[in-house]
Design a protein around this ligand. Structure first.
Ligand code: LAC
Length: 233
């Protein structure tokens, strides 16, 4: 999509895990309990997302911290890992200390300096997200942090995406939602938001019947499309 026609949004809202923050970095702490930390991390994340969707469909909400904990128990049992309480605590705490992707800080800085109103919309809880934003020094950029707790359902349920219009006093398509998660692209687009997909790994789009308005490799590319190239100014 051409940069010259893209913009004019009333707010830009980011998914957290996988979009701003690198979930694959859990590998390091998972290496303390598993010989194959990449596979362990992968199963933990996949089960976390699966349980969130299943509990939403079944209308049996528990918060994302509990879901993350349940997914860890399942993954440990599957891998015959006996988790000592101290290790368990370390693994769970790692979600509050995930690193932001390399370009995130600078990209948010440019958008914020340009007067864009920014937010986060995540399945996570405030108890998980606030320390994570603080750990990465990003909290000052965001006007609002929207979480699934308010509606007791998880993305891609439409009710979670609807949260953003209230705070930004804008129509759904006037808000740009930025996500690297395939289910989130489809969910946000179906709910009526404008959507930017971040495709860092060059993977195909999940065929869920909804296309993003824009696809970028990383947030710096999005900034260039929205604001022009800051380096050529
Ligand atoms: C989030 C997860 C689902 O931050 O990526 O909402």
């Amino acid at each position: 999509m051409s940069g010259s026609t893209f913009g004019g949004f009333q707010g830009i809202v980011f998914d957290a895990y996988g979009t701003l923050f690198d979930v694959a970095a859990l590998d390091r702490v998972c290496a303390t309990v598993s010989d194959d930390p990449t596979a362990f991390t992968h199963m933990w994340r996949a089960k976390q997302l699966e349980y969130a969707v299943l509990r939403t469909v079944m209308d049996r909400y528990v918060d994302f911290g509990q879901i993350t904990s349940d997914a860890l128990d399942y993954t440990a049992t599957c891998n015959r890992v006996d988790l000592e309480p101290i290790r368990r605590g370390e693994l769970m705490r790692a979600w509050q200390e995930l690193p932001a992707f390399m370009e995130v800080h600078l990209a948010l800085d440019h958008l914020h300096a340009a007067g864009q109103r920014l937010g986060v919309l995540s399945n996570g809880t405030r108890q998980m997200l606030d320390p994570l934003l603080r750990h990465n020094g990003l909290q000052e950029y965001f006007l609002a942090v929207f979480t699934s707790e308010r509606v007791q359902a998880f993305k891609p349920h439409i009710s979670v995406y609807m949260l953003v219009t209230e705070r930004f006093h804008a129509r759904m398509n006037e808000i740009l939602f930025v996500t690297a998660n395939g289910f989130d692209v489809a969910g946000a687009k179906s709910a009526g938001l404008s959507v930017c997909r971040v495709n860092r790994a060059g993977t195909p789009l999940d065929p869920l019947g909804a296309e993003p308005d824009l696809t970028v490799r990383d947030l710096q590319e999005l900034v260039k499309l929205l604001l022009g190239d800051p380096d050529s100014a």
